[in-house]
Design a protein around this ligand. Structure first.
Ligand SMILES: C[S@@+](CC[C@H](N)C(=O)[O-])C[C@H]1O[C@@H](n2cnc3c(N)ncnc32)[C@H](O)[C@@H]1O
Length: 234
């Protein structure tokens, strides 16, 4: 599952260049019985199977490179992944992500092994692998050198608290749809101001929670209030 996801793109390049390292471990390699069993029936008569604690504790103890390595369980019950968490993870030397399956993971892993639980949203996936890949991709983007131009990470949605500004490329006109003329003005100050205004407007429209009172600087608030009627024109 992981080799497919990381076989292309900026994270692959970062892995190839050694800027980020990633290792995938099979919990079955940390079992002690001949059937290499990683799951068992839950106590108390619930349906399904649950991942056993022993292989997970053993795996984490084996792959942990230093005592301070952060350990997270992927779980729909965890802290929801956002840019802030991705940036926090990017600043760690080693992060160990535990992927659940079946009905989940013995609760002792969350309570006594992991530093926390991470969710990628309020829905349930069949396993933690896709979620872990999302976490790795989002965090890796904040590791210096992974994304070619670091400025582009800083201007991405959420990095500065709001959504990114709209982008256009050639042609200047497509099926009668024109690129906003300000972008050809050559006036960089004006373009910057326009971009900021558009980003604020789109955030207010699509993610009003991000522009709630107190969330914006007085300059941004003023800029946003300047342009209530613009929508599809420049
Ligand atoms: C079918 S889910 C188990 C869900 C569990 N029974 C519950 O309701 O909380 C199996 C595994 O997928 C992963 N998973 C599912 N949804 C997730 C999400 N939204 N974010 C992160 N991991 C998730 C977790 O590792 C979980 O242990």
């Amino acid at each position: 599952m992981f080799s497919g996801v990381f076989s292309a793109g900026v994270v692959k390049k970062a892995l190839d260049r050694g800027i980020v390292r990633m290792a995938v471990h099979d919990l079955r390699d940390f079992t002690a019985d001949k059937h290499r069993q990683v799951d068992d029936r839950p106590f108390g008569g619930l349906e399904g199977m649950v991942l056993k604690p022993e292989p997970i504790f053993r795996a984490v103890e084996a792959v942990r490179e230093e005592a301070g390595a952060k350990v997270y369980l992927l779980s729909p019950q965890g802290r929801t992944l956002d840019a802030r968490l991705a940036r926090e993870l990017a600043s760690e030397t080693q992060v160990i992500l535990i992927c659940g399956r079946y009905e989940g993971v013995d609760e002792r892993v969350a309570e006594h092994l992991a530093d926390g639980e991470i969710s990628i949203g309020d829905f349930v996936l069949s396993g933690g692998e896709l979620a872990a890949a999302v976490v790795v991709d989002a965090a890796a983007r904040f590791v210096p050198g992974v994304v070619g131009k670091e400025g582009s990470v800083r201007s991405d949605s959420f990095a500065g608290g709001i959504l990114a500004c709209p982008q256009y490329t050639r042609p200047r006109e497509f099926r009668g749809l024109k690129v906003p003329p300000v972008l050809f003005s050559g006036d960089h100050k004006r373009i910057e101001r326009w971009r900021r205004r558009k980003a604020l407007e789109k955030t207010a429209r699509q993610r009003p929670d991000l522009v709630e009172p107190g969330a914006l600087s007085p300059e941004d608030r003023e800029l946003l209030e300047e342009t209530p009627h613009e929508r599809k024109s420049s």
